[in-house]
Design a protein around this ligand. Structure first.
Ligand code: SAM
Ligand code: SF4
Length: 462
């Protein structure tokens, strides 16, 4: 017999992997009768899928739990039971401490155990509480329910697929190796099946994700271990897959099959997120990045040799312990040499249990603010120059959804720039050439290039 419908609200913080995990939690709870609701206050189950990467991210969870306590009391007064679960990396890092700080929480589940959510909820219903933060021996992916066709369609034409999890790099500032465990790759066949299913139900763009996605080494159907480049070749053969991306890569794991995939696979987009963190060799060594600034420049050159139109984005940390003005200048110099299409920059945040949190030579808050502003200023100017360069050119856009402005449809270029055109929503899911006329903040504005409209109509009629 079908279980009665229950409302599930899930809020995800942090990285793309959490977005993927949240969708898989929804899929896994669907057979239990859970349907998603956008409103936390009338949900029977609220899951906070948390991020522990910086202090601010962790603290957001506790303020949200404070708000949810009131919603749970209100639900109880109305005769309803609201259960609250904390999932993700804060759950993994803090375990029972979460319940001590926020007794309103019923379930705590780490990122490797969320396939056990139905059992954990049953335990919480019977015993009041359930906590699981071990790294189970089984592979959770083998136990997660597949999304229904309607859910895939509702999620749009772009999808994330986790191919690799965990990290063995142990950068001294980072909690990921402790919260996500060591590097594990999913088998090729499981990824091919998942991508086929997504493509069959209208997904056109797949982003392969992993904490160190290019450390991917999965069991291949030929009994060998396949690197990421070989996996990409295979996925590009799946009918319906028009664009492939991957994120996040580590500069040390860029092996030749990935470079040649950029040369040989047209579906692989020429936009690579390649975090460097700092341009100073002294700081890179203190961060345990195991590469120098020159190593990074050489890796960037290898990519650009096979595809001159390839663009990079990156991550930077300012104010790592001991960072001097000279170290910071080396970061600015590296940014100038590489030239980024986009980048994220963060103030260093000490994380409990990491080696850098014990380092004494801290950088003052004022210096961090000042450096962040200078770095972001430089990155912004590079990003605007990159976007402006698109004006007057014709670029391929994969159309995703109707825009907020009536009559407009929005899509993304190869470099993930949003692009708007006036057109019928029938073009959603297609890659069409767009003549770019202008730029509004970060969005490109243009019109379908001559012939594109004809192609769109033709596609509809066949
Ligand atoms: N694996 C990726 C790599 O090696 O670059 C990064 C994954 S991490 C989830 C995303 C970004 O968060 C990092 O690239 C780094 O810039 C930032 N980050 C990680 N720990 C941090 C910390 N303690 N303080 C500030 N930023 C941090
Ligand atoms: Fe964290 Fe470094 Fe691993 Fe990236 S490579 S997840 S920054 S430890």
């Amino acid at each position: 017999m079908k279980p009665p419908p229950r409302k599930l609200h899930i809020k995800s913080y942090g990285c793309q992997m959490n977005v993927y995990d949240a969708q898989r939690m929804v899929d896994t709870l669907a057979p239990q009768g859970f349907v998603e609701t956008a409103n936390a206050d009338d949900a029977d189950l609220v899951i906070l899928n948390t991020c522990h990467i910086r202090e601010k991210a962790s603290e957001k969870v506790y303020s949200e739990l404070g708000r949810l306590r009131l919603a749970k009391e209100e639900a109880a007064r109305a005769g309803r039971t609201m259960r609250i679960a904390v999932a993700g990396c804060v759950a993994q890092a803090e375990g029972t401490e979460i319940i001590n700080r926020a007794p309103v929480v019923d379930v705590v589940v780490g990122p490797q155990s969320y396939h056990h959510l139905p059992q954990l909820l049953a335990r919480a219903e019977a015993d009041g509480r359930a906590i699981e933060t071990e790294f189970p021996a089984e592979d959770k992916f083998g136990f997660l329910a597949q999304p229904k066709a309607a859910s895939i369609r509702a999620r749009g034409i772009s999808a994330f697929v986790t191919v690799q999890e965990g990290c063995d790099k142990f950068c001294t500032f980072c909690v990921v190796p402790y919260t996500r465990g060591s590097e594990v790759s999913r088998p090729v066949a499981a990824i091919v099946d998942e991508v086929k299913r997504l493509a069959d139900h209208g997904v056109r763009e797949i982003t392969l994700i992993g904490q160190n996605v290019n450390a991917y080494l999965g069991d291949g159907p030929d009994g060998r271990s396949w690197p990421l480049g070989k996996l990409i070749h295979r996925l590009a053969e799946i009918p319906g897959v028009t664009r492939l991306r991957y994120s996040t890569s580590h500069p040390r794991d860029v092996e030749d099959s990935l470079i040649t995939a950029h040369r040989d696979v047209p579906a692989l987009m020429p936009f690579v997120h390649l975090p460097v963190q700092s341009g100073s060799d002294r700081i890179l060594a203190a961060m345990n990045r195991k590469h120098t600034a020159e190593d990074y420049r050489r890796v960037a050159d290898r990519f650009r040799t096979v595809r001159q139109d390839l663009a990079f984005s990156s991550d930077f940390i300012v104010g790592f312990p001991g960072e001097t003005e000279e170290d910071f200048s080396a970061t600015l110099a590296l940014v100038t040499q590489i030239g980024y299409a986009a980048a994220y920059s963060f103030k260093y945040s000490p994380r409990p249990g990491t080696p850098a949190a014990e380092m004494r030579e801290t950088v003052s808050a004022a210096e961090m603010d000042e450096r962040l502003e200078r770095l972001q200023g430089l990155i912004d100017s590079q990003q605007s120059a990159f976007n402006k360069a698109a004006i007057g050119t014709t670029v391929d856009v994969l159309f995703e959804r109707p825009a907020r402005n009536p009559g407009q449809v929005v899509g993304r270029t190869a470099y993930l720039q949003p692009a708007h055109v006036m057109a019928s929503a029938d073009i959603i899911g297609q890659v069409l050439p767009v003549r770019i006329d202008s730029l509004e903040r970060y969005s490109l504005i243009g019109e379908l290039a001559s012939g594109a409209e004809m192609r769109a109509q033709h596609a509809l009629s066949i």
